[in-house]
Design a protein around this ligand. Structure first.
Ligand code: SF4
Length: 88
């Protein structure tokens, strides 16, 4: 069933492009299995990473990151390379 033009315009999501606007944040990823619990990432970026007392491994507490320099430094510092930017 074809909708009248006015309804078609309302539901046409092809007009919405997030690529034109861009995201104000980037997504960070942490492979919890490879973490050796050194604590460097939590020291560098405490607003993004914290140490889990039980597992003694780092975890991400905020996935949508605005301070990219801090994460770049954590990625470079992690001795087992388990922090990365999430693609997409
Ligand atoms: S820097 Fe790497 S190894 Fe160290 S706590 Fe963070 S994720 Fe784990």
């Amino acid at each position: 069933m074809d909708l009248p033009p006015q309804f078609g315009a309302q539901i046409n999501r092809n007009d919405v492009s997030t690529k034109k606007v861009g995201r104000p944040f980037a997504m960070v990823d942490l492979d919890n299995e490879c973490c050796i619990g050194c604590g460097a990432c939590a020291d560098l970026c405490p607003e993004v990473f914290e140490m889990d007392e039980r597992s003694r491994r780092a975890r991400v507490i905020i996935f949508e990151v605005t301070d990219r320099n801090c994460i770049d430094e954590a990625i470079a510092t992690c001795p087992v390379e388990c922090i990365s930017w999430k693609a997409g």
